[in-house]
Design a protein around this ligand. Structure first.
Ligand code: 6PG
Length: 485
């Protein structure tokens, strides 16, 4: 009997997915460039299920049942192409190559088109949940042909996380759709972490609440509508003491956030598909600024902290009672900003669906994110319900009845927090830009009218009028009369 699936690339994510498959009763053929890794996996975890040891990709392919399914878990970019190039001549029409890494969706689209020409299926699968999720049940977002999903889906659904008995795995769309949805997941993940970071910073800088105390605040928040994995692990990180110095660990970690690219891709794609993902983009920029350590240092020397602060924060939020009020305000600002980031994420999914011809179903996508992934949160179940009623899809999530009330309820607190951040010089880019997004959407008139006037002035770019159809230009450098163009 051949193996059900082959896994090549046995670094921790690949190894854990292979183990997860084996634990769920699938016969898994293993391959890694360095055979020692394959042996190490079999030595340590061989008893977890049925593994087939192979030394070359040819052996891996040989060992598989047809249609063959080969899951690649290597570094995104060139390494994926290298494995595909080596695999392709070994496979037959109808076989399936699965890329479960964080690949760029445009590359997935290209690879899928190439391989389709050769009669092969290429499935770009978004997998979220980190190492632990890969082993015990990740959220899985597969793209590619529906035909390939018929063969692959049941396996993926079996190893995925589940929420109320429903697997957090479903076909999301053709070619790059799976990786696109995972990319947006990561963009939201960036925003989720940034709003948590801003809440932490404001509580610390303006209300003087130390990390260990904040761990309790976040734990408390985790029992509210903010309940989520990232809020939960925030308490754990904040209460961690550094072994070496006894200080809060967060105080000895260098304040420069890394990024592998998925957040940046989300921001770029938002621009490309014409969706204003300001909250997500601002979260990416916040990481970029954090990493400009040298520039931050010299700027700090020129503009030392405290400059432009009218009164001390203590004066404002000094009493215990107002400190508590402030913390509650921050919780609301966090929740409202989080809603905006999800609204933007789903908005860009809608725009991308139209752009790339994917029939993305927002309800399904929300359902996949309810468990297993990094952004898992109670909120996702509410979002799923917001998309449930057929024919009544909200134009933007903020307009779903589930959320309009929440936004209104949070609004005064949200404004107070953004105002306090600006007054006392604490950066809160995502709290502020999310509020600006909300205010922009609801504004009666935007200054874009003036922008249009200026564009027409210097570049004859024309404008439309509010009172009659047509396209117009004012002869700015002549007699300033208007002409229809
Ligand atoms: C997940 C994570 C995972 C990874 C990110 C980290 O869903 O399991 O998103 O994919 O941790 O790629 O990205 P950054 O290094 O860019 O933060």
């Amino acid at each position: 009997m051949g193996a059900d699936i082959g896994v090549t690339g046995l670094a921790v994510m690949g190894a854990n997915l292979a183990r997860n498959l084996a634990r769920n009763g699938f016969r898994v053929a293993l391959h890694n460039r360095t055979v020692a890794k394959t042996d190490a996996l079999i030595n340590s975890y061989g008893s977890e299920g049925e593994f087939v040891r192979t030394e070359t990709l040819a052996e891996l392919v040989e060992s598989l049942e047809r249609p063959r399914r080969v899951l690649i878990m290597v570094k995104a970019g060139g390494p994926v192409d290298a494995v595909i190039d080596e695999l392709t001549p070994l496979l037959d029409a109808g076989d399936i190559i699965i890329d479960a890494g964080n690949s760029f969706y445009e590359e997935t689209r290209r690879r899928e088109a190439d391989l389709r020409q050769k009669g092969l299926h290429f499935v770009g699968v978004g997998v979220s949940g980190g190492e632990e999720g890969a082993l015990n049940g990740p959220s899985i977002m597969p793209g590619g042909s529906q035909e390939s999903y018929q063969s692959l889906g049941p396996m993926l659904e079996k190893i995925a996380a589940s929420y109320n008995g429903e697997p957090c795995c479903a076909w999301v769309g053709t070619d790059g759709a799976g990786h696109y949805v995972k990319m947006v997941h990561n963009g939201i993940e960036y925003a989720d972490m940034q709003v948590i970071g801003e809440a932490y910073d404001l509580m610390r800088s303006l209300a003087g609440i130390e990390p260990a105390q904040q761990a309790k605040v976040f734990r408390e928040w985790n029992t509210t509508d903010l309940a989520s994995y990232l809020i939960e692990i925030t308490s754990e990180v904040l209460e961690q003491e550094d072994e070496l110095t006894g200080r809060p660990l967060v105080d000895v970690i260098v304040d420069a956030a890394g990024q592998k690219g998925t957040g940046r891709w989300t921001a770029i794609s938002g621009l490309e598909v014409g969706s204003a993902v300001t909250t997500i983009a601002e979260s990416v920029f916040a990481r970029s600024i954090s990493s400009q350590r040298e520039l931050r240092k010299i700027t700090r020397d020129v503009f030392p902290a405290g400059v432009n602060q009218a009164v001390s924060a203590q004066e404002f939020y000094g009493t215990k009672e107002s400190q508590q009020d402030f913390v509650e305000d921050i919780r609301k600002a966090l929740y409202a900003s989080k809603l905006v980031s999800y609204a933007q994420g789903f908005d860009m999914l809608t725009a991308a669906g139209a752009e790339y011809g994917w029939s993305l179903d927002m309800r399904t996508i929300a359902s996949l994110w309810r468990a297993g992934c990094i952004i898992r949160a109670d909120l996702l179940d509410t979002i799923m319900r917001a998309y449930e009623t057929e024919g009544e899809t909200p134009a933007n999530l903020l307009l779903a009845p589930e959320f309009t009330e929440a936004i209104s309820e949070c609004l005064p607190a949200w404004r107070r927090v953004v105002a306090a951040a600006a007054t006392y010089g604490v950066p809160a880019p995502v709290f502020s830009s999310s509020l600006a997004y909300y205010d922009s959407l609801r504004a009666d008139r935007l200054p874009a009218a003036l922008t249009q006037g200026l564009r027409d002035y210097f570049g004859a770019h024309t404008y439309q009028r509010i009172d009659k159809p047509g396209t117009f230009h004012t002869r700015w450098s002549e007699d300033r009369t208007e002409t229809e163009v």
